[in-house]
Design a protein around this ligand. Structure first.
Ligand SMILES: Cc1cc2nc3c(=O)[nH]c(=O)nc-3n(C[C@H](O)[C@H](O)[C@H](O)COP(=O)(O)OP(=O)(O)OC[C@H]3O[C@@H](n4cnc5c(N)ncnc54)[C@H](O)[C@@H]3O)c2cc1C
Length: 395
């Protein structure tokens, strides 16, 4: 391309921030604009901490972008005209239209509260700092022997249940789930995790399906009513239908389906990264984690720079490395994995795992700062799946 190219990044979470900084660092003659609803950076990895009244560092996006030349627009993208290459944005001052040569779609995902009647109205979520703060206020106001349900025993449900049980001893926490907790882990790491749930007094009820969320409890598929003073919804995932409405090819969760180089299959001038992208590897479609999202953002930035400089874009290769789970503030378990996310024999617990998990949670901010000074490749940020000891064969 000749002249100055415009790159618009929608979503200033972990992946949008890194993609924007990466493009600004690597590409010449480029104008990068980042759009995000909040000026304060949301540390999604710490939403369960916020929900239990913990104080989080106040990272401001404009401060994190200082020195990069990236323009920051505080607002929400409300529409994409994929033919005219224009993003409509709703800002506090009104409406704006941003033209682009290349668009990076990084709007993340939310818990799917639409899957069960009443969940959107009555359940708490960890979808945003606002919703986490609402839960924190509810828990702080709880009386003695309050019953609280955490629906979903995936890693977010486990982290939330243990955090609540540890910090609010007056609350009786029950983890409700169809499946056993942390089925993706190896047997020993799982046993450790189950013992931690037991030690913290979290009741675990599995083999149940929530059919309805009500103001005073939930109704199970068996018609049984489980009374509670509050319920946190952590199951299912969906991406806002921005891309789907614009006619961009998405999957059933609303994620943009990408080719191997992270460009939209239907609109190659759009890159999709993180939770909002459906990225295929030999072992299947990558599921939304920061672990995979950060390398996808670094890779997209590299490809955008290559594309703008007339070079060849490269395929993205990613292999999982770990499943880090906090169990309150005083314990954690880290299951190490093969590239396809199946568990290896190794895992760590206790103090080493707490430290490890803290490094995982704080590393994105460090990565943003480093990326302003040097181009960090996705290979440095990821366990690439080409290792000899990985089970999956990657393309
Ligand atoms: C409690 C919890 C713990 C977790 N722990 C781990 C962990 O230990 N390890 C791990 O790898 N993953 C973990 N995850 C998952 C991880 O947080 C996500 O995979 C990660 O946040 C994805 O990054 P992202 O940039 O795609 O999305 P996000 O970080 O969610 O960022 C998306 C951004 O886009 C913005 N946005 C949304 N819509 C619009 C719009 N229309 N216009 C403009 N901006 C928009 C949002 O406001 C947000 O700032 C955890 C998640 C939770 C909830």
């Amino acid at each position: 391309m000749t002249g100055t190219s415009k790159v618009v990044v929608i979503g200033g979470g972990y992946t949008g921030m890194l993609a924007a900084i990466g493009v600004a660092q690597r590409a010449k003659r480029v104008q990068v604009v980042l759009v995000n609803p909040l000026e304060r950076f949301t540390e999604r990895l710490r939403m369960h901490q916020l929900a239990t009244g913990q104080h989080l560092a106040d990272h401001r996006i404009p401060d994190l972008l200082t020195g990069t030349g990236i323009g920051f627009v505080q607002g929400s993208a409300t529409g994409i005209d994929a033919d005219a290459h224009i993003v409509a944005v709703s800002t506090t001052d009104g409406r704006a239209s941003l033209g682009y040569d290349i668009l990076v779609y990084a709007i993340g995902s939310t818990t799917d509260t639409g899957a069960v009647p009443g969940a959107a109205e009555h359940a708490f979520t960890l979808n945003s700092p606002h919703s986490a703060q609402r839960l924190a206020d509810h828990l702080t106001a709880a009386r003695d022997r309050t019953e609280f349900l955490v629906c979903g025993a995936g890693l977010t449900g486990i982290e939330a249940a243990t955090e609540i049980a540890e910090s609010h001893r007056n609350i009786r926490v029950t983890l409700l789930s169809r499946d056993e907790p942390a089925t993706m882990m190896g047997a020993k790491a799982r046993a450790y995790l189950m013992a931690a749930l037991d030690r913290l007094g979290v009741s675990v009820r599995t083999g149940v399906s929530v059919a309805k969320v009500l103001p005073d409890g939930v109704e199970l598929a068996s018609s049984e009513f489980v009374a509670a003073d509050g319920c946190l919804w952590t199951t299912g995932v969906r991406v806002a239908p921005l891309a789907t409405k614009a006619g961009i090819t998405t999957d059933e969760y609303g994620r943009i389906i990408t080719d191997a180089t992270l460009r939209s299959m239907s609109h190659p001038e759009i890159y999709a990264v993180g939770d909002a992208a459906a990225i295929s590897q030999a072992y299947g479609v990558i599921h939304g984690t920061c672990q995979s999202g950060i390398p996808s953002a670094a890779h997209a930035a590299g490809n955008i720079a290559r594309q703008l400089h007339g070079g060849l874009v490269k395929p993205f290769r990613f292999g999982y490395f770990h499943q880090p789970v906090s169990l309150g503030r005083k314990d954690a378990v880290i299951q190490f994995t093969y590239a396809d996310d199946t568990p290896r024999r190794w895992f760590i617990t206790g103090r080493a795992a707490i430290l490890y998990k803290e490094i995982v949670s704080s590393s994105p901010i460090t990565t943003f700062r480093l990326s302003k000074r040097m181009a960090i490749s996705s290979r440095v940020l990821a366990s690439t799946g080409g290792r000899r000891n990985s089970r999956a064969t990657l393309p």
